[in-house]
Design a protein around this ligand. Structure first.
Ligand code: KG4
Ligand code: ZN
Length: 356
């Protein structure tokens, strides 16, 4: 079978993305236009500002993706886009661009589930010897979702657990904002990670007690507790006018610890439950924007290594730059359907809510 080349578009949240990927696993281009500057004054994603920025940035992103790939549209075999879930009017931008391009140029079209794409990225990026085998466990940690999934094929995902309140990435964003950290070009979550890594004399960094276990024995996640605890701490310290850099670093580190411990606990619990139910899981895939966090990556890896000694369970991550939103993952998630010629109609609608 000859090589199939996909142009994919993504605009479900605040990044405008276009990429070209081939069925032979070559990433020919990966364009991500960030909107951090637009949203910084609002202290969070401003929906209307996001839509306007997508409208402004999408044509340039498409042009750049083709230029970087050194292709014209005649070299593109199919067009993929993020169909959902995400912010409704943001999704409309990539959906309409993809549908119009496909219809005008008579190319096949595939609409992709954003979270499935996050989960499947490792099947593109891992070398063959490390590529996860089905069934694998997937921990999806992003700005909109916190999910533990049992992934049994490219298209079957059983949800084992979700967050009962807010998504883990959203809490990173809120704590980052509460600490008044400068939004780095990489965004608030990355700014919080940078803060936790600042090299400070130990005597200037207060230590906070560990947070109690969250919903012990249960698989579901909850982040309201750690969020309000950080909020309470900050209120007190701001009243005392003592919000020093050292204090921020201390809070950032305690927050990282609390989030990591909870993810470790739930992951271990899920692996034990799978084993008890006779489901042989050899790989854990961790993906989504928060999975680009270096501290978390190291800790989850050593946790699984130490708790499942000799059981050869390996943790697989996409490279950090493909954990956060991108169109490469959308292109890759569409590939199977293109190869099976299972296309969508040009009239297909996008879905802001869409179960995995
Ligand atoms: O997957 P993603 O790019 O978009 C969604 O599908 O939501 O995830 C975005 C989330 C944001 O909440 C962002 O702050 C967080 O991922 N994030 C991080 C890091 N980089 C991005 N969180 C912690 N550490 C990071 N280095
Ligand atoms: Zn995402």
């Amino acid at each position: 079978r000859r090589c199939f080349t996909v142009l994919a578009l993504e605009s479900s949240a605040d990044d405008t993305c276009a990429a070209v990927v081939t069925s032979e696993r070559k990433i020919l281009s990966n364009v991500v236009v960030k909107q951090n500057e637009e949203h910084a004054p609002y202290g969070g994603i401003h929906p209307l500002a996001a839509v306007h920025a997508h409208h402004r940035n999408m044509p340039g992103a498409i042009r750049a993706a083709l230029n970087d790939a050194q292709l014209s549209m005649s070299g593109i075999d199919g067009i993929a886009f993020t169909r959902g879930p995400g912010m409704h009017s943001c999704l409309a931008v990539c959906a309409n661009a993809a549908k119009n391009l496909a219809a005008a140029l008579d190319k096949p079209l595939v609409g992709v589930h954003h979270m499935q794409a996050h989960a499947l990225t490792v099947l593109l990026t891992s070398p063959e010897s490390e590529r996860p085998q089905f069934p694998f466990l997937t921990l999806l940690i992003s700005g909109g979702h916190t999910l533990l999934l049992l992934t049994t094929s490219q298209t079957s995902f059983r949800t084992l657990a979700a967050a009962v309140d807010q998504a883990v990435g959203r809490v990173f964003d809120k704590v980052s904002r509460a600490l008044e950290l400068p939004w780095s070009t990489r965004g608030p979550g990355a700014a919080l990670e940078e803060c936790s890594n600042l090299d400070m004399p130990p005597e200037e960094v207060p230590l906070f007690p560990q947070f109690p276990p969250v919903q012990p024995g249960k698989l579901s996640f909850s982040f309201d507790g750690v969020h309000s605890e950080v909020h309470r701490l900050l209120e007190r310290i701001k009243r005392e006018g003592a919000l020093t850099i050292g204090f921020k670093v201390g809070v950032a580190r305690a927050f990282h610890e609390a989030i990591t411990v909870q993810l470790e606990e739930k992951l271990v619990l899920a692996l034990r439950q799978c084993a008890k139910n006779g489901i042989s899981v050899r790989h854990v895939v961790v993906s989504g924007g928060v999975a680009s966090n270096g501290f978390l990556r190291n800790r989850l890896r050593s946790c699984v290594q130490s708790k499942f000694l000799g059981e050869q369970i390996s943790l697989v991550y996409p490279p950090p730059y493909l954990c956060t939103d991108n169109a490469v993952m959308i292109a890759w998630a569409s590939m199977d359907r293109f190869l099976r010629q299972e296309h969508d109609n040009y009239s297909i609608e996008h879905l802001s809510k869409w179960n995995i």
